[in-house]
Ligand binder design. Sequence first.
Ligand SMILES: [Zn+2]
Length: 402
Amino acid sequence: MSFVIRNIDKVIVGDGKVLSNADIYVKDGKVSAIGAGLTVPENVEVRYGSGFCAMPGLWDTHCHVQSSGGIWGVDKDMLPEAKAIRAAAQAEPVVLSGTTTLADAGCDGNISFALRDTIAAGIVRGPRLLICGYMIRMTGGRAGKDTEGEVDGPDSARKATRKMIAKGVDFIKLGATGAVSSPGMKQWSPQLTLEEITAACEEAHKAGLKVHSHAYGDEGINLSIRGGADVVVHGITLNDENLQLMKDRSIQLLATLSTYKAKLPYLDKLPRWQAVKHIQVCELLEANFKRAVKAGIDVVAGTDSGMTFNYFGRSSRELDYMVEMGMTPAQAIKTATISAARSFGLDHETGSLAAGKAADILLVRGDPLADIGVLGKAGGVAQVFVAGRLVAAFDECGKEIG
Ligand SMILES: [Zn+2]
């Protein structure tokens, strides 16, 4: 299957370059060539890009597909099979909104595996899904989860990581500290030890997988960095030492601004323990983010969708928040394209529009470099291609067509 999109007003390549009046030639799911006035074989289908801006498909590098945005504990008695069906229903609006790659950052049982594989098989309409299986965490580290993935000591962390790799995960996720969304612990408390983090990272890196480490507080962030994590997730309270170490080692920050911002209007509906922790984080959120950006840390977009009041289907709001906090639209787009791909070691395969990379393409009405908000507007995203396949097209009002 091949086609060419002719005369696209503007192409945001994703590596900082912007082309005008360019064509994109797609062959066998990949970008074959990109540039003005491309010569292509005669039988190739022609699409028209005039009036559109093209850009790489967006990434949301952090969500929880087994959850739905309900209040903590509300679905604790729901069957795993029901959660899997709900996960499939939630995947569709994600891809329709222009997110072509989504990552699940911790899931019980086989739900994320089943969703990934049914999307890949074309049974479920959704974005490419990357999964980590169970989060590797200390025993008792996260309330409400079953015990798979719980570890005690470096040998146990090594074994749990090896088990996830053998199951076919796409990356490894660590729970290095306490969490806002789990009761009975401070989010700032270190949980995994340096030895446990190091053992898990060694195993992941041997298998060529990246490690995302959930970490709040100076100490847990520092242990994640020194233990070898590639991405600090949340990263609230980044002190100077940790910022310098992240910069020196090219460690990325996955800031998940959305998950804190989404809950703010609903604090009175949250359990008190959760509301208190939220306020603590939100007080630090913006200054922390700005400090990281100023220090030159490579930021990655992820929403933590699935957490309380944080629903699936508009991952680009993360970019809106980044721009509100001082990034340019171009910087924000980078966090959801090439930087996001790098956080999984996939930047040589996708994440920008270049010959040989997956044809994950959005055609957008309006210019996201001038107004990042067009990505979340009804009808802003006009066409969504995943690996060269047109997944959805929308009219100016956002109604699905074709
Ligand atoms: Zn999360």
